[in-house]
Design a protein around this ligand. Sequence first.
Ligand code: FE2
Ligand code: FE2
Length: 176
Amino acid sequence: MRNVKLEDIFTHPVTQKHLGRSGVAHAIAVAEYAYMFAKRYQADPDLATKAALLHDVGHYNWYRNGEWDYELYKENDIHAIKGASRAHKLLIRIGEDPEAAKEIAVAILLHTDSYLPNGELKLKPLQKVVALADEADEETGGNHHYKTVADHMALERIRALDARIDSEMKQPHEIG
Ligand SMILES: [Fe+2]
Ligand SMILES: [Fe+2]
């Protein structure tokens, strides 16, 4: 049984506030991709979807003189660092297992290498899944952050993912 579901995370005011900035539609699409990739790379779908849902909560405003400035933003970007810390704080607050919260936070920290010095990172399956899922929903010029989704559809898609993960996690226990 999961202590914390995607719905608990998604509906929390902290998540709603930060996803409002980086895009609810993008976060949900990335969670759905992460569920798919988790199967392919044998990563934990619970951790992968949680990390994916929260991967961009570290974004901040990227305006200069009231104008959106994506280039400037990319130059100074540390959203993965901020996001990892923000997500960890939230997860612990809502009762996530500390080990799981750490795994999720590290996957968020490594979902992009844009702020790291050159060099190949050796990603674990969970980290790779979140990075790939993010890439899968990427659009040019950061437009994926501006896609929209109706509130009821967003919640429906989150609940559908929860149901699939719940039913998968039950199976091994029933056999054992
Ligand atoms: Fe990101
Ligand atoms: Fe993203």
